[in-house]
Design a protein around this ligand. Sequence first.
Ligand code: ATP
Length: 235
Amino acid sequence: MLLEVNDLHVSYGAIRALKGVSCQVGEGEIVALIGANGAGKTTTLRTISGLIRPQSGSITYKGIAITKMPPHEIVGLGLCQVPEGRRVFTRMTVMENLEMGAYIRKDKSSVKEDIKKVFQRFPRLEERKDQLSGTLSGGEQQMLAMGRALMSRPNVLLMDEPSMGLAPMLVQEIFAIIKEINETGTTILLVEQNAHMALSIAHRAYVLETGEVVLVGPAKDLANNPEVQKAYLGE
Ligand code: ATP
């Protein structure tokens, strides 16, 4: 497996957010972590990114232990997080945000090429390239957060709630783009409360409940699982 998360325990003070979470992501996969509010999905992603230190457990990427690595080194290995809730640099322009995404790269000469590619994927960003990011719509900010992450040339994208706060039409559009990004060779670990959308594009999924994995399997099987349907798909 490309990314292996083993028995993670994370607490915020007295709150035990993760109680032994394990999951794996294979090269080329889209893996979804679904579950209710507070299940521990975001905590899992942030621990993989190195933003939170687990009390115990291990994370390996391509066989390398990354559990104690600082976030920028983890990005340097090819794992990049697209944060939840439109966390773009609001006082910078679209172009500046994309340039920041390439900050850790050494091959500066190809950065311009990659900005072009981001604009091909997200034409709306090109139209707004000199606009301050704080003035973009929610959907555009989500696109920018994705574009900025792509600028680091990630091998794995860790996506936190890409559908959050977006109108249904835009959610469809964003998920179509996620699928396309995956098809062009990027592995994706996706955290979503919108289980329906997540299961529609994922190859495999994990269901988290109060800090534990309670179900895992091919996304299609989970989508047909009566318990999942009742709890997460509103059926
Ligand atoms: P959401 O979709 O609401 O983000 P989630 O599944 O991503 O939910 P987490 O955000 O990982 O869940 O939260 C897991 C648990 O840890 C919850 O009980 C939450 O209240 C708690 N928690 C998360 N962040 C903190 C924090 N910074 N300080 C204290 N408790 C936290």
